[in-house]
Ligand binder design. Structure first.
Ligand code: GDP
Ligand code: ZN
Length: 362
């Protein structure tokens, strides 16, 4: 595999994405293809402003070959890395940093070498998936979880109110990074009807787990969905992410009801992302960052790709670059007006499109 083609993955069909991911995986485990030669960085259009000539998360820094370390938590120009089951604090080679921070993310597979009694991260391997958002300065991609299998979007049936727009953004970020998604609708014990949009997601083929930390409903299904995988749990504060993790592993003793970060037993709580091992081969990357999810790498014109029900119609719009706003003969708007596109999805599409244009995060 010549280069990790995420944009291709984002646009590709499921099978194509799987193939690309498999190739990255194969390459990563193939000793013969090991290469530490830096690659040329390509500029690419992003949804958040001007073309980026050189990304902080630069393709040039990724190499193929075997790894002997798993990044647990990056820490400035240092990183906690698991080597042979032991967590070590390592220094990250300067070329893999901007002088202040490394671009490593929890889940990254790296090569550690001991030099003069110091453990140094000398290479980072090609990522097969990632979750990213624009860095504070916007013109950079910030990857906050690498090589994850799935994004579990947690929402509550009510309290806090279900926000389809928030869910849609998570789905886009996951799709962009080649990550599968599962929706967990927690607090099923609360009275009242389910949010209307859950049916839309089921119609789109998104697996939905209904759970309750009060009654225990769906907890087994939730655990089963995580087993043997590396997952990121995302969702608004108060939906029950910590409660769900406590339900599957009571020993974790996570703070609930306000503090939503995984505190780790006796560990100093920081806002850093971190990978945790749970029983049953469950790996969770806790990413405080994802709670403020802006979208990286998606331009307004590309947004259709992430809404399959809209993408299916755009070819029938009169204008090829139709924004499905005020243009005449817009097939998408006609379908929406005829009740063929779920109103909440259409509204969400419009809001996200507008926010991409205005370079905003939510
Ligand atoms: P987080 O911010 O997403 O980690 O949410 P927490 O796990 O801290 O939960 C927020 C609040 O919701 C706490 O008061 C929990 O006790 C409550 N909660 C969590 N899960 C459920 C549930 O399934 N049903 C009900 N009724 N309350 C829940
Ligand atoms: Zn249109």
């Amino acid at each position: 595999m010549e280069e990790y083609e995420l944009s291709l993955m984002a646009k590709g069909k499921g099978k194509q994405r799987k193939r690309i991911r498999k190739r990255a995986w194969d390459a990563e485990h193939d000793v013969d293809t090991a290469s530490r030669e830096p690659r040329r960085v390509r500029g690419r259009e992003t949804g958040v402003g001007a073309p980026v000539e050189e990304s902080f998360d630069c393709a040039a820094c990724f190499t193929e070959g075997p790894a002997n370390g798993l990044v647990v938590s990056p820490y400035g120009v240092l990183a906690f890395v698991e080597v042979d089951g032991i967590e070590r604090l390592c220094r990250v080679q300067e070329a893999l940093t901007d002088g202040k921070t490394s671009f490593l993310a929890p889940g990254d597979r790296v090569v550690i070498e001991e030099r003069d009694g110091e453990n140094i991260v000398i290479a980072v391997r090609v990522r097969h998936t990632k979750l990213s958002r624009p860095a504070i300065e916007r013109q950079r991609e910030q990857v906050f979880a690498a090589n994850i299998d799935q994004l579990v979007v947690v929402a509550a049936k009510t309290r806090p109110r279900f926000k389809p727009g928030v869910v849609d953004r998570y789905l886009i970020a996951a799709e962009f990074g080649g990550v599968s998604t599962v929706l967990c609708l927690n607090k099923s014990d609360l009275p009242g009807a389910e949010p209307e949009s859950i049916r839309n997601y089921e119609d789109l083929g998104l697996p939905v787990i209904r759970s309750s930390c009060q009654t225990g409903e769906g907890i087994d299904a939730f655990r089963a969905a995580l087993e043997g995988k590396t997952s990121v749990l995302a969702g608004q504060s108060g939906v029950g992410k910590s409660s769900l993790l406590n339900a599957i592993e009571p020993d974790l003793e996570l703070d609930t009801g306000g503090v939503s970060e995984i505190t780790g037993k006796g560990r100093h709580t920081t806002s850093a992302s971190r990978l945790y091992h749970l029983k049953g081969g469950i790996q969770i990357i806790d990413t405080p960052g994802i709670r403020q999810l802006g979208l990286w790498g998606v331009s307004p014109g590309e947004l259709d790709v992430y809404f399959p029900e809209i993408a299916a119609l755009t070819a029938h719009c009169r204008f090829r670059d139709c924004s499905h706003g005020k243009e005449p003969d817009c097939a998408v708007r006609q379908a929406y007006e005829a009740g063929q596109i779920a109103p909440l999805r259409f509204t969400s599409y419009m809001h996200i499109r507008e926010s991409l244009g205005e370079n905003q995060v939510f």
